[in-house]
Design a protein around this ligand. Structure first.
Ligand code: AMP
Ligand code: ZN
Length: 502
């Protein structure tokens, strides 16, 4: 009785009903970060999107296997075959080993993943751990699909059908590519193995049938996805930039591999559905790690925003729409999250007042659509809402509509609070906003550089309350002015319940 899940497939440019390759299962691969720098919040939008996809699949009852890779070798400063390895360049600039660079930025990425309540996948696959498998893959497809040049082993894109079908750019003309490599047969041909130039030694290099060198970035994802999920698997995700070069190249390799492996269908793309999130942009244009203020999640936290306010900001937009970042927008998302948390607090208070029987630990963990549908109390009160959330998410992951439905549930004053709380838990299992555990006070704006601590503010406000109760307005005003001097604005009677703001 669940709505059919429909997802937009970039390959066919159509909404398609999800039919798993293996009944009851969902296998998903997401292109992960290249760990040469901190991720910006635009990068993190890609993982919030992949998380919503994974949570939706689990919620709808599929047994999910999600893999996200960590790219620690092979990604050049240009998506075509020009430029240097991003990690090698960062290591040289920071005078550290590549492995230290990798560990440091991977840790930073994982911290952002946790702060945004992104569920860890079944497996993080680290590219350098799969190099022998990459060599084996390349050896297999090389005879029919590759040619060797002094600089490496190249994939000949004319050897597969429909090369570049996924991309919007006209790849026949090699648009967007820099033909930096002499001897390439076609501008879109790409290196699957890059040889170390004679006389040089690299920090990261491996022996191969084509000499010492390193794998190409596109090869990595084909190998790890195929190994861990088996071709064909269900869904491959990434940011919209990957639709143009990285994923068409992965698809070409997958086609070559499946063809050579006798899988029968030479057009096998490796994954049935390819999904792409649109960009988070700044007013000035594309988000960048080098220009202007580097928008890391930590910067948002330092400015006082709870990281889940950024998750809320992502969920308010459809993943296929461009989303413009602004501090006002983030503030509005924080306020919206706070309204939800306050409404949940009210529900909890109503529930406690009724002295009702315990409804078990309040957690979103483990709620699936099946479990909600089996809960008579929830269904008696919120059937249409729960169905509404299912329909919204099944409609290409429309989180914005799911959020509105949640508002309706929280506004239903006449329903039993226990049913409301369970409905919130069930919906938060997909949205991942931690609505049952967040407290209003967690969402206060608290910049890192504030000079006054929270207990000090609370203490001053308690003294002020006492003074006002005794009608000692002189003292009350003095305390308010003292706080104002430290940058704290006291907000009496604020409709959203903010007591103060730094
Ligand atoms: P990278 O670490 O550069 O390989 O990027 C990690 C992920 O973030 C990839 O899926 C990219 O497509 C995606 N991405 C990069 N920039 C943005 C952005 N501004 N907004 C959303 N996703 C992005
Ligand atoms: Zn990839």
């Amino acid at each position: 009785m669940t709505a059919p899940l429909r997802l937009f497939n970039s390959l066919t440019r159509e909404l398609e009903t999800f039919h798993p390759v293996h009944p009851g299962e969902a296998r998903v691969y997401s292109c992960g970060p290249t760990v040469y720098n901190y991720p910006h919040i635009g990068n993190m939008r890609a993982y919030v999107f992949a998380d919503i996809l994974g949570r939706t699949l689990s919620w709808k009852g599929y047994k999910l296997t999600h893999v996200i890779n960590i790219t620690d070798v092979g990604h050049l400063t240009d998506d075509a075959d020009a430029g240097e390895d991003k990690l090698e360049k960062a290591a040289a600039a920071q005078k550290q080993s590549i492995w230290d660079i990798r560990d440091h930025y991977m840790e930073a990425y994982l911290a952002d993943v946790a702060a945004l309540n992104i569920r860890p996948p079944a497996q993080w696959s680290i590219a350098t751990e799969y190099v022998p498998a990459m060599i084996a893959f390349a050896e297999k497809i090389a005879p029919e699909h590759c040619y060797e040049l002094d600089s490496g082993l190249y994939f000949d894109v004319s050897t597969v059908d429909d090369y570049g079908k996924l991309a919007r750019a006209n790849t026949d003309e090699g648009e967007g590519r820099i033909e930096a490599v002499e001897g390439k047969r076609h501008p879109a041909d790409f290196a699957i193995w890059r040889k170390t130039p004679p006389g040089e030694t690299r920090q990261m290099e491996w022996d191969s049938p084509w000499g010492k060198g390193a794998p190409g970035w596109h090869l990595e994802c084909s190998v790890m996805s195929g190994r861990l999920l088996e071709f064909p698997f269900d869904i491959h995700t990434g940011g919209i930039d990957h639709r143009e070069i990285h994923h068409p190249n992965e698809i070409a390799q997958n086609q070559a591999f499946c063809h050579t492996d006798g899988l029968g269908d030479p057009a096998n793309s490796g994954a049935r559905i390819w999904m792409h999130n649109n960009f988070l942009v700044e007013r000035s244009g594309k988000m960048s790690k080098s220009a202007g203020e580097f928008l890391r999640l930590q910067l948002l936290i330092d400015k006082g925003y709870h990281p889940l306010a950024y998750r809320m900001m992502c969920l308010q937009a459809h993943y296929r729409s461009e989303l413009e970042f602004s501090w006002e927008g983030l503030g509005a998302a924080l306020t919206r999250l706070k309204r939800l948390v306050m409404a949940v607090e009210t529900l909890k208070a109503r529930h406690a007042e009724l002295g009702s029987a315990s409804i078990g630990p309040l957690s979103a963990e483990g709620w699936t659509l099946k479990r909600v549908q089996g809960d008579e109390e929830v269904m008696a009160n919120f059937r249409s809402n729960i169905e509404g959330v299912d329909e919204a998410l099944s409609d290409d992951l429309n989180t914005a509509v799911a959020l509105v439905t949640l508002d309706f549930i929280l506004a239903a004053k006449k329903s039993p609070p226990s049913a409301g709380l369970k409905a919130v838990a069930a919906i938060d299992a997909v949205l991942g906003l931690n609505l049952l555990s967040l407290k209003r006070s967690d969402l206060r704006l608290r910049p890192k550089d504030a000079t006054v601590s929270e207990p000090e503010i609370e203490d001053a406000l308690t003294r002020r309350k006492a003074a006002r109760a005794e009608k000692d307005f002189a003292t009350s005003d003095a305390i308010r002015d003292e706080l104002a001097a430290q940058g704290v604005e006291v907000m009496d009677g604020d409709p959203l319940g903010w007591e103060w703001r730094l």
